[in-house]
Design a protein around this ligand. Structure first.
Ligand SMILES: *[C@@H]1O[C@H](CO)[C@@H](O)[C@H](O)[C@H]1NC(C)=O
Ligand SMILES: *[C@@H]1O[C@H](CO)[C@@H](O)[C@H](O)[C@H]1NC(C)=O
Ligand SMILES: *[C@@H]1O[C@H](CO)[C@@H](O)[C@H](O)[C@H]1NC(C)=O
Ligand SMILES: *[C@@H]1O[C@H](CO)[C@@H](O)[C@H](O)[C@H]1NC(C)=O
Ligand SMILES: *[C@@H]1O[C@H](CO)[C@@H](O)[C@H](O)[C@H]1NC(C)=O
Ligand SMILES: *[C@@H]1O[C@H](CO)[C@@H](O)[C@H](O)[C@H]1NC(C)=O
Ligand SMILES: *[C@@H]1O[C@H](CO)[C@@H](O)[C@H](O)[C@H]1NC(C)=O
Length: 288
């Protein structure tokens, strides 16, 4: 079972200003509205429609802009690195429908929905290549890691470090997965991705802040995810992505410090439920 993060740091809560929460996997920015049938509204529909075929046809990432002056609109679409072209198309189609339905008159909005997720985003300002760390969407698995957390963390942190490096050093695609064995029976799986318009440095920064965010909210849990406008991160104790030799970080397990005790997984979690719950059920929800 996934729990959406609810606890907000009061220091950060001012960041909520300007963004209205509408749905679990969407953000409708409160930075301005357009009126129905306006040129901006027509441009939004046009650009979202053009995004749909072009993202999957261009390897899972596409940006576009149309219009002039105050009617100019920018849009970006990205699918997860292991999505098939069909999966990418289906995810974006649903996300775009959701955006239009949930943010009917907003000048700016983004969606991270789908499983595997895809990113659909538009705004009346240029945002390509610009690192934005807020809003953040995060969640964790309620089950705890019950074995020695110190030993677990050592392996986990080393894996995260390597997957961040691998993802951020990509050029046309900034996507990487990696695995590390904790015990003979327990493997940590991690996936990271940035929008490829980011620089190496900004991608690295986005992912590292996502990993830190997870550590500060959710350390000791058996899985979690953090999503930001420019990057996403997820880890779990089961393979939740399609491995691809060309993108995997091909990590061999680090030499184990003695042999760690078995990790006792709370088996009340069922893999199938866990995955579908990821996007559909019972999230407690907020953003920072
Ligand atoms: C935009 O419209 C929504 C309702 O759709 C409203 O709640 C919000 O306050 C409006 N924002 C601005 C900036 O006018
Ligand atoms: C928008 O345009 C449609 C079709 O031209 C029309 O039926 C509708 O009344 C218009 N809506 C507004 C709010 O102007
Ligand atoms: C998207 O693809 C369509 C069809 O391939 C093409 O006509 C259109 O110009 C593309 N859109 C943009 C914004 O490049
Ligand atoms: C997987 O790797 C192959 C090359 O090994 C590549 O052609 C294919 O596009 C990759 N698929 C994904 C989803 O990255
Ligand atoms: C796209 O979404 C619409 C509305 O949900 C749906 O009717 C349509 O079948 C979808 N198209 C594809 C190819 O998934
Ligand atoms: C956990 O492992 C660390 C490092 O191997 C060790 O120093 C520590 O005593 C262990 N803690 C427990 C509670 O077993
Ligand atoms: C597993 O989780 C359930 C529900 O969260 C809890 O009641 C149970 O005590 C846990 N078992 C172990 C071995 O941690």
């Amino acid at each position: 079972m996934w729990i959406k993060l609810k606890a907000l740091s009061s220091i950060l809560s001012h960041l909520l200003i300007g963004i209205a929460l509408v749905d679990a996997n969407l953000r409708c920015y409160d930075t301005g509205n357009f009126t129905l049938n306006s040129t901006y509204g027509k441009n939004r529909d046009l650009i979202l429609a053009s995004l749909l075929p072009n993202v999957s046809a261009n390897g899972g990432f596409f940006t576009a802009s149309i219009g002039q002056n105050s009617n100019k609109i920018y849009a970006l679409g990205m699918c997860r690195g292991d999505s098939t072209p069909n999966g990418c198309y289906t995810c974006l189609n649903a996300s775009i429908q959701d955006l239009i339905a949930s943010c009917p008159n907003r000048k700016e909005a983004l969606s991270w929905g789908g499983d595997p997720p895809c990113l659909a985003r538009y705004a009346n300002r240029p945002f390509f290549g610009i690192l934005e760390l807020q809003p953040t969407d995060a969640g964790y698995n309620t089950a705890d890691i019950t074995s020695n957390l110190t030993q677990f963390d050592t392996i986990w942190e080393s894996l995260m470090d390597r997957v961040v490096s691998k993802a951020s050093s990509g050029s046309s695609t900034k996507y990487a997965t990696g695995e590390a064995d904790f015990t003979a029976f327990q493997t940590i799986h991690a996936l990271m991705q940035c929008t490829p318009d980011l620089s190496h440095k900004d991608c690295d920064s986005c992912l590292r802040q996502s990993v830190s965010y997870y550590e500060s909210c959710c350390r000791g849990k058996q899985g979690g995810y953090v999503q930001k406008p420019n990057c996403w991160f997820r880890w779990d104790l089961y393979p939740f992505y399609t491995r691809n030799a060309s993108t995997a970080a091909s990590l061999s397990p680090p030499p184990s410090p003695a042999s760690p005790p078995p990790l006792s997984v709370n088996s009340t979690r069922k893999k199938g439920n866990y995955r579908s719950a990821r996007w559909h059920a019972g999230f407690r929800k907020t953003l920072m």
